[in-house]
Design a protein around this ligand. Structure first.
Ligand SMILES: Nc1ncnc2c1ncn2[C@@H]1O[C@H](COP(=O)(O)OP(=O)(O)OP(=O)(O)O)[C@@H](O)[C@H]1O
Length: 445
């Protein structure tokens, strides 16, 4: 590890502070130029550099290191008044920044994080385990294996994680799995839906409040962070937290402490933070509704839950998983999904992702009278979407007219093969025949 600072006193302090930590071999340099010379002669896994230095400053040194040895982790040291410079440095590839005057506890925490990150990088080359289930997550698609693998690695660390993904893709299950596989598994996992909390309530919900902090605060109350102490807090829809809460959150991430609303005591917590968002936070940063420095703090490691339409090979597996779940819950003897119904499920685009698929199977099990899920048991939205393939144009808005048009289209698509058409429509062949009679539908000669 190389420490770069133009103040010799700081260099000495740093060497002394880490002298008992056998994981690091510390070298110091008093200028950017000297640092580059040393890096030329030997390698360093971690470089910690002051930002403000005469001649070559920390930014320039960072740029040079990124070019010559991109795998080196660079930490920037900066004063409170130049955090915007630090953000620039992170954009330019620095791992993170540390505030000056140097707080050794903070520094050690950062170094632990880097070591964990390095471990992660080493392990990410391992062959993925071919299982279809990972904690409560089900999946066999390569995209899901990748997620399982990442969860496995992240669980071994205490890193802050940001999970991206559309609604219903399993972000909460991913967060739970990271918690369940880690050392904090016996401690609480607290989920907070930030979007559901009003601006006035959120600070008190997260950090608690003192008696009399606001009207109605009749007693001291601890918040979610205290409840999750020792465990994990999952901040869902993080993009929706108001700016004032973002400031408090930044403090928890940087210093590991907070104050209750209306309180003056500083409360130290050891809570792992996992966040999720279905919004593009970079546009929120642009329109200033989300702090950039907070973004870098929560986005130490990020993963993206893939939408269901991007892993269609998981649909049959998930459909059967939910069939089994709802069959047990309802006690019904539904044992399978017909080919036609499964084809409809596989064709659907699932804008609501796995949640929509789960709801669809619940609906199907409820409506199924026999042993097999047929197209007729699926919600109309799924069947209609399929019929959309025929680009059905309805000239007659009456129910009978629409039914006739649909039956005609399906018959045409099945070459007027009654059994096939009946199966696609999810009705019995006899029912189709009588409907054709009633609606005056005949095969054209
Ligand atoms: N891979 C999966 N295997 C099994 N169930 C899943 C999977 N992904 C999601 N689910 C189920 O789908 C539903 C939605 O999942 P979850 O709440 O984790 O999604 P989310 O991405 O956090 O959604 P939102 O952004 O709306 O909060 C839950 O009932 C969950 O159990």
């Amino acid at each position: 590890m190389l420490y770069v600072d133009d103040e010799p006193a700081y260099c000495r302090l740093f060497r002394r502070a880490l002298s008992d930590d056998t994981r690091f071999l510390v070298t110091t340099a008093e200028s950017g130029e000297e640092a580059l010379r040393l890096l030329h002669e030997t390698t360093a896994d971690i470089v910690i550099t002051d930002l403000l230095m005469p001649r070559m400053d920390g930014m320039e040194l960072l740029r040079r290191i990124r070019k010559s040895s991109p795998e080196t982790f660079v930490l920037i040291l900066t004063g409170v008044d130049s955090t915007s410079e630090a953000v620039k440095a992170i954009k330019a590839g620095a791992y993170d920044y540390i505030l000056k005057p140097l707080d050794m506890t903070m520094l050690r925490r950062q170094l632990d994080k880097i070591l964990q990150h390095k471990q992660l990088l080493r392990e990410s080359s391992l062959v993925p385990d071919k299982k279809f289930r990972f904690e409560n997550l089900v999946g066999r698609d390569a995209a899901m294996y990748e997620i399982f693998e990442k969860i496995g690695h992240l669980a071994q660390t205490d890193t802050t994680v940001l999970i991206h993904g559309e609604s219903g893709t399993g972000k909460e299950l991913i967060a739970e799995a990271i918690h369940a596989r880690g050392v904090r598994r016996d401690k609480p996992f607290i989920r907070v839906n930030c979007a559901a909390l009003t601006e006035t309530l959120i600070n008190s919900a997260l950090f608690g409040h003192e008696k009399g902090a606001f009207t109605g605060a009749t007693a001291r109350k601890s918040g979610f962070f205290e409840a999750a102490s020792g465990g994990t807090i999952f901040l869902d829809e993080i993009g929706d937290i108001p700016i004032q809460t973002q400031v408090a959150l930044l403090r928890v991430l940087e210093l590991g402490n907070f104050q209750r609303v209306g309180g003056t005591d500083t409360i130290q917590v050891d809570t792992r933070i996992i966040c999720a968002t279905n919004r593009d936070l970079s546009s929120a940063i642009k329109d200033k509704s989300f702090r950039e420095d907070l973004y870098y703090r929560i986005n130490v490691v990020s993963l993206t839950a893939p939408p269901l339409r991007a892993r269609k090979s998981d649909i049959p597996l998930l459909a059967n998983f939910f069939l089994d779940k709802y069959r047990r819950e309802t006690g019904k003897n539904v044992t399978g999904i017909s080919k036609a119904a499964l084809a409809l499920l596989c064709d659907h685009d699932w804008p609501g992702n796995v949640r929509e698929l789960a709801n669809t199977l619940e609906h199907a099990v409820v409506f199924c009278q026999g042993r097999q899920i047929l197209p007729a048991h699926l919600p109309e939205s799924i069947r209609i979407a399929d019929q959309g393939q025929f680009s059905l144009t309805l000239h007659d808005s009456s129910l009978a007219g629409a039914e006739a048009a649909l039956i005609r289209r399906v018959l045409e698509s099945k070459d007027w093969h009654l059994s096939h058409a009946a199966q696609a429509l999810g009705i019995a062949r006899g029912t189709l025949y009588s409907k054709m009679e009633k609606l005056g539908i005949r095969k054209p000669h």
